[in-house]
Design a protein around this ligand. Structure first.
Ligand SMILES: Nc1nc(=O)c2c([nH]1)NC[C@@H]1CN(c3ccc(C(=O)N[C@@H](CCC(=O)O)C(=O)O)cc3)CN21
Ligand SMILES: CC(C)C(=O)C(=O)O
Ligand SMILES: [Mg+2]
Length: 300
């Protein structure tokens, strides 16, 4: 008799408790969310202790090198979510819904959100926009999928906004952001990303909401902060927005390591025989190397 349940209780490594949506909402500490698009980065940010991992559609720019996020597909989101899910142990995984995956009908919206959950194994989805998204948000919530909102600079609106520009600077735009935030909370989003808005607007919204706000370029008053991991680790080769602080320089240290590898190969310093496999003892294999035993003679 071995049920999967018994197996997990008997395994030596105690299971790491995974973060949950209710746990995130109830948290009284500042929250962190970091992007990851692959298995390695998911392990890195999970081990660092981030609360949430965002599989962002920013992957269109960061991974694919495009000018905006508009071409990212649900298939691509599913692919990256799957890889990230394998690399995390404790963090909550949020999958971005790409452009046009939640704009057409409730049916298509639920199908697409559902694929990010069932195929991608994300824990929640995030989508961009204010009040006008509420019918689609309600449809997703009806399917028992937690939704994170995202207002302010919504990168999928890049053509409508005329660029990646700070939002909420005039009275109308300020008021719209406040009203959208309250309406999204009423609709049932569990958290709200505030992107590129003045810090006093983010402070007002955060003060008015019961759910956590996660800021990016929205100042220190938010309940938490999100950044694109490539930006804060200095992996973006200068293509970083103004609000980013670079906490490490992986392009420099990584570049140094790669240059050292190339030099070592050119110099014949890599690989040594210690970094090679022992010669085979089979005589016919030695024949393959022209019977030249000078190589095997050097092995200790
Ligand atoms: N690497 C990366 N980091 C991000 O934060 C990010 C992405 N990619 N791709 C998707 C969106 C796009 N984002 C962006 C991109 C550019 C600016 C930007 O250049 N903003 C101007 C301010 C413009 C203004 O004054 O209104 C800046 O100078 O920071 C902001 C957010 C945030 N997201
Ligand atoms: C910038 C963050 C919030 C995002 O939506 C993304 O990475 O796609
Ligand atoms: Mg996004």
């Amino acid at each position: 008799m071995s049920s999967p349940l018994q197996e997990s209780t008997n395994s030596k490594k105690p299971p790491v408790r995974k973060k949950t949506v209710p746990g995130i909402v109830a948290s009284r500490e500042k929250l962190t969310m970091l992007t990851a698009y692959d298995y390695w980065t998911a392990q890195l940010v999970d081990r660092a202790g981030t609360d949430m991992i965002l599989v962002g559609d920013s992957l269109g720019m960061v991974v694919q090198g495009k000018e905006d996020t508009l071409e990212v597909t649900v298939d691509e989101m599913v692919y990256h979510c799957r890889a990230v899910n394998r690399g995390r142990q404790q963090a909550l995984v949020v999958g971005d819904m790409p452009y046009l995956s939640y704009h057409i009908s409730r049916e298509e919206t639920v199908r697409n959100a559902g694929r990010i959950i069932t195929e991608g194994r994300a824990d929640a989805v995030k989508l961009e926009g204010g009040r006008k998204r509420i019918p689609m948000i309600e449809a997703i919530l009806d399917a028992e999928i937690p939704v994170m909102g995202h207002i302010g600079l919504t990168p999928q609106s890049v053509n409508a906004l005329g660029g990646f520009k700070v939002q909420g600077k005039d009275f109308k735009s300020w008021q719209r952001a406040v009203d959208d935030a309250l309406a999204l909370q009423d609709a049932g989003v569990f958290a709200l990303v505030l992107e590129c808005i003045p810090y006093d607007l983010a402070e007002e919204i955060t003060g008015k909401l019961d759910i956590p706000t996660i800021g990016i370029g929205a100042g220190p008053a938010c309940s938490g902060q999100v950044l694109v991991t490539h930006d804060l680790l200095g992996m973006s080769f200068g293509r970083t927005p103004k609000f980013v602080r670079q906490f490490a320089d992986l392009s420099a240290t990584g570049g140094d390591g790669l240059a050292a590898f190339i030099e070592a190969v050119h110099d014949g310093a890599f690989p040594t025989l210690k970094e090679s496999f022992k010669p085979s003892k089979k005589a016919d294999n030695i024949q393959l190397y022209g019977g030249d035993l000078s190589l095997t003679a050097k092995v200790g």
